[in-house]
Design a protein around this ligand. Structure first.
Ligand code: FMN
Length: 343
């Protein structure tokens, strides 16, 4: 009897320990997922621990009705979060596979990352995963010197490995066209009261808020109006500084332009951002031309048959950016335990 009681107690405590370990693992993976970028730091996701998988649902209450009415940017963000989740699992030695849009009847279930067995992490996976917490949107000035061709090649490869394309618009004519589009979209947004009100609602001055863009993550005002406008969050009380005259801009493209393509675009975007971070580059977004429909049509024509634009990135050398807050894994996940750690 006493032996039985001991055995039962041991079994229960080892099951409790297993569940505790699995819960801790799920928490780590979801935390990595939530470090993904999202428009205005809306974090439009909700996670659900399901057996050996972690599901990501689109949180429609966090869509930007003015800047992103179709939810493209939100899906890119969710694609990036799924990318981080899978990468973090692999870098920790766990085989992980993502299934996008697994249930036709539940369209807001955007993806499930299934954990199955062991995986020998590659050096590249480790390097990219270690960049997850160091990647920040850097809206401050970059150096005039642009990243050289081997670095651009590595970033294009990063997009291709995730079934996307990164098109650097660095020839003078295409750059000038894109710069004009950015200025015209920025002006249209500044004149749009609904856009500015939404931007204001997601701009925060308080450190304790766990979403939205803190004013301190904004860049200083430009010393002179440059070729490309960087989005400003909040009033600029800092002294103006010169921005790089010719920023390096790349458009992330996908073959198709449906919801799946937007998630794939999010994978490609995030791999580019992490690959850039891993080699010491700074990155930010220049989404104005994606968000003003008439300008988006011009951008479509500019990239032509190369693919469908998903987002525009600015890449360069800058002082490290600042972290922005996130809701915790527990706040965004149903349940948390038990993801069984594969044996
Ligand atoms: C699809 C997408 C579009 C974005 N567009 C812009 C933009 O146009 N301007 C900008 O300053 N930040 C943009 N951001 C960056 C977010 O504001 C940023 O990811 C968020 O505030 C969280 O900060 P972090 O990237 O430093 O973690 C965009 C992010 C995503 C995912």
């Amino acid at each position: 009897m006493s032996t039985m009681r001991t055995a039962t107690a041991t079994g229960t405590s080892s099951r409790t320990q297993d569940a505790g370990r699995a819960g801790a693992l799920a928490e780590l993976l979801v935390t990595a997922a939530t470090r993904a970028p999202s428009p205005h730091n809306t974090q439009p996701w909700r996670f659900e621990v399901r057996g050996n998988g972690i599901a990501l649902h689109l949180d429609r209450s966090r869509l930007l009705g003015v800047a992103d009415p179709e939810g493209r940017e939100a899906r890119l963000a969710c694609g990036a979060a799924l990318f981080n989740l899978r990468l973090e699992a692999r870098a920790r030695g766990i085989a992980a596979v993502t299934e996008l849009l697994p249930d036709r009847d539940v369209p807001d279930l955007l993806g499930v990352v299934r954990l199955a067995g062991r995986h020998q992490p590659t050096g590249e996976e480790r390097a990219l995963a270690s960049a997850i917490p160091r990647r920040h949107t850097n809206r401050r000035p970059f150096a005039e010197e642009q990243p050289p061709e081997p670095v651009r090649h590595a970033l294009r490869r990063a997009a291709q490995l995730e079934s996307g394309l990164l098109d650097f618009l660095d020839e003078p004519t295409r750059f000038a066209d894109l710069a004009r589009m950015i200025r015209s979209a920025e002006a249209a947004q500044r004149d749009d009261d609904a856009f500015m009100a939404e931007l204001g609602r997601w701009t925060t001055g308080v450190a304790s808020v766990s979403d939205g863009v803190p004013v301190r993550a904004s860049g200083p005002p430009p010393l002179e109006e440059g070729l490309v406008a960087v989005r400003r969050y909040g009033p600029g009380h800092r002294p103006p500084r010169p921005y790089e005259r010719v920023p390096l801009l790349g458009v992330v493209l996908t073959d198709e332009d449906d919801q799946r393509a937007q998630l794939v675009g999010g994978h490609a975007m995030q791999r580019v951002l992490l690959a850039a971070t891993a080699v010491g580059l700074s990155t930010s977004f220049v989404s104005q031309p994606m968000e003003v429909p008439s300008v988006k049509e011009e951008l479509d024509r500019l990239v032509g048959s190369r693919g469908h634009p998903q987002t525009v990135l600015r890449v360069g050398y800058g002082y490290p950016g600042l972290p922005t807050p996130r809701r915790t894994a527990r706040e965004v996940t149903n349940g948390l335990p038990p993801v069984a750690e594969p044996g």
